[in-house]
Design a protein around this ligand. Sequence first.
Ligand code: UD1
Length: 449
Amino acid sequence: MEKIVIHGQKRLTGEIEIHGSKNSALPILAAAALANGVSEIHNCPRLSDVDAALRILEHLGCRVRREGHTVSVDSTGLHDFAVPDRLMREMRSSVVFLGAILGRTRRARLCTPGGCEIGLRPIDLHLLAMEQLGAELREEGGQLEFSAPGGLTGARITLSFPSVGATENVLLAAATAKGRTVLHNAAREPEIGDLADFLNGCGARIYGAGDSTIVIDGVAQLHGASHTVIPDRIAASTYLLAGAVTQGRICVKEVVPAHLGALVPVLREMGCTLSVSGRWVCLSAPPRLHRVKMTRTMPYPGFPTDVQAPLSAALTVAEGTSVVVENIFESRYKHASELLRFGAKIHVEGRMEVIEGVDRLLGAQVVAPDLRGGFALLLAGLAAHGETVVRGVEHIDRGYESPELLLGSLGADVQRICEDEERTAKTEPADTEKPDPGPQAAGERQQDR
Ligand code: UD1
């Protein structure tokens, strides 16, 4: 088990490059199973959720190779249509393999997916859409079995909510369906456009991705393609908030500033100065952040639910009282009770969180409740006086590549420590002659007392 130890109150300065988007890479990897041939995915982040997707691809019979941030997927030998429970449960986004497998093999078997525990996350919209495309669904003991022996057929589909995952599944399944699919009330997140760009590169005919109506003209078969994943707008937002909460001056580069459109005015309301140019966003934070009157999470282009927890953490030290309303997920405030351990003043009622800014946070021992909530605790640790220990780091690793290195490069005092190694070191007899552990290891032990 690993933990992250932070000594807070260091002002972050400098620039960092933002990695590729997790939420784009996952459906694109699923799409690589639909496209028959070899695909090369560049800027593919090194994250545990991506590793889980690669394991699913391998299980299906694809050959997968990773070199740095490029993943190559050869789906020529794909032979399986079932994703075993253990792989499905590793992450919720595994449900996006449904449209890909069904489109490629005309069958799919999977169980209900796992992932972050952020309230009820049903997949009814996905299932309904697959049925509208002509798949027959049988449910037995938690297993979902889909079949479309004659292939899928294009349809008019209206989502009752612009679900990101359901939109992706429709794009995947309809890409090789017979005839035209028109999808209304589609999600408009940039990751939808990125998936459509990859699919179109593979020979699909998808029009209007990024708008709320998408038209998909089915083609007989897709071939592999090369694609570069868009930058991770959620990671970029989170690191900007790290700059904000430490009175920092930082730049995030290799980003698409337009994708941060909902965050920029909120950061300005918090008193930060922002400058945007090309693929950069630079932030200079005031000595004390200002409160934000009201932030509501909404589907894109609204304020992203994935940035809600990091924003809440930053607002705990703002001057005045802020209100945040979570409209996308139920119970996405699991970070709030952990933030209280730092001395934050937060009150959650239903979908509303009221944050009364305090003068200072004090370092705490906390556990990451989920991916974004986990990073929110890192932000609190960066702002806090004294030492913070964050456990449950595996949640954070699902969506942020080496956060301790990126934050460290900006001047934060952050270390990742393997608790098992630490325990072993502690139980070794004191008089045994041991090789010099080096300054880094010695420092780690000392800090962790
Ligand atoms: C994706 C993102 C996630 C982000 C979310 C909302 C990925 C891998 N994950 O998740 O980071 O927080 O979009 O921006 O891209 N819903 C239903 N029935 C369904 C599907 C969804 O009721 O069949 C509800 C969900 O419970 C939730 C809301 O719709 O309340 C939004 O979910 P959705 O947009 O589908 O999110 P995900 O695709 O799971």
